[in-house]
Design a protein around this ligand. Structure first.
Ligand SMILES: [Zn+2]
Ligand SMILES: [Zn+2]
Length: 273
């Protein structure tokens, strides 16, 4: 499945696809700064206690350079000529953030939940900054994947950045079939229980599944207890497209029509679709 074929069948997703492609192109032209891979032994205790990697003082992953990449991405998009709304909003953000001392640090803290930065377009900044930060963090995420004992995490939030999942994926074949949760922010995928709701504080097992007509490979799993739902990719090989969240925004509309609540983290709430 290519993005073009997908868009032929889902023309209403095209504005968002174009935006994602434009942002990815701009991000690809920014130099990737080096991220230091932590010494995993320093992090082992926090990992066991459920502290996400980026929140661990002992692991000491410094996000300042990722924040600098985010500021560079903003500056680059502010120099583009269309679409008009994107240019004007990135220019406003760029101008506003230039006034901040230590802007790279401020952006990095903002991504991890610091509420003292209150930009005019927080959703757009979050999306753009995570796009740059995910590129910065890729070597760390890959090394973390290699080190992490999945059986010892199995938590509902991302082991790297602490966000709730954006989507889920079912991989493998029975009896070894398993469910991965997918982080829409930093791009980590991690193992979670096959059944069980990732949004309930209590351990709710009351999950139901809705198949989507004409969309083999995608379904909506929802919790009868909290009303939360998780879009799930039931396949392998098209992760880049089908786990990107924007490519299945129509499933969010279907879920919304059924009275379900999006509790999953989304970077696309600002998007004009
Ligand atoms: Zn994450
Ligand atoms: Zn639930």
């Amino acid at each position: 499945m290519t993005a073009e074929l997908w868009l032929d069948a889902h023309a209403y997703l095209r504005p968002l696809a174009d935006l994602a492609a434009q942002v990815d192109r701009a991000a690809a032209r920014i130099d990737v700064l080096d991220a230091r891979i932590p010494d995993w032994e320093d992090y082992r205790t926090d990992f066991g206690a459920g502290v996400p990697l980026l929140a661990s003082v002992d692991a000491g992953v410094d996000l300042e350079s990722g924040g600098r990449m985010a500021a560079a991405l903003l500056e680059r998009l502010a120099c583009e000529t269309s679409p008009e709304w994107l240019v004007s909003e990135t220019r406003a953000l760029d101008t506003e953030l230039r006034l901040e001392p230590q802007v790279s640090r401020r952006i990095a803290d903002f991504l991890l939940g610091d509420a003292t930065l209150t930009p005019r377009f927080p959703g757009l900044l979050r999306y753009l900054a995570w796009t740059a930060m995910a590129r910065f963090l890729r070597p760390v995420v890959n090394a973390f994947d290699g080190w992490r004992d999945e059986e010892r995490w199995l938590r509902r939030y991302c082991p790297t950045c602490g966000s709730l999942p954006a989507m889920a994926q079912l991989v493998g074949v029975d009896p070894g079939r398993m469910r991965l949760l997918s982080c829409g922010c930093c791009g980590t995928r991690w193992q979670f229980k096959r059944t069980g709701c990732p949004f309930c504080e209590t351990d709710s097992q009351r999950l139901a599944s809705v198949a989507i007509e004409g969309e083999p490979g995608l379904r909506i799993d929802h919790c009868e207890f909290c009303g939360g739902y998780l879009k799930t990719y039931d396949g392998q090989g098209n992760e880049t497209l089908l786990l990107s969240d924007w490519s299945s925004l129509h499933l969010d509309l279907i879920a919304h029509d059924r009275g379900l609540k999006r509790l999953a983290a989304s970077l696309y709430e600002f998007a004009p679709v």
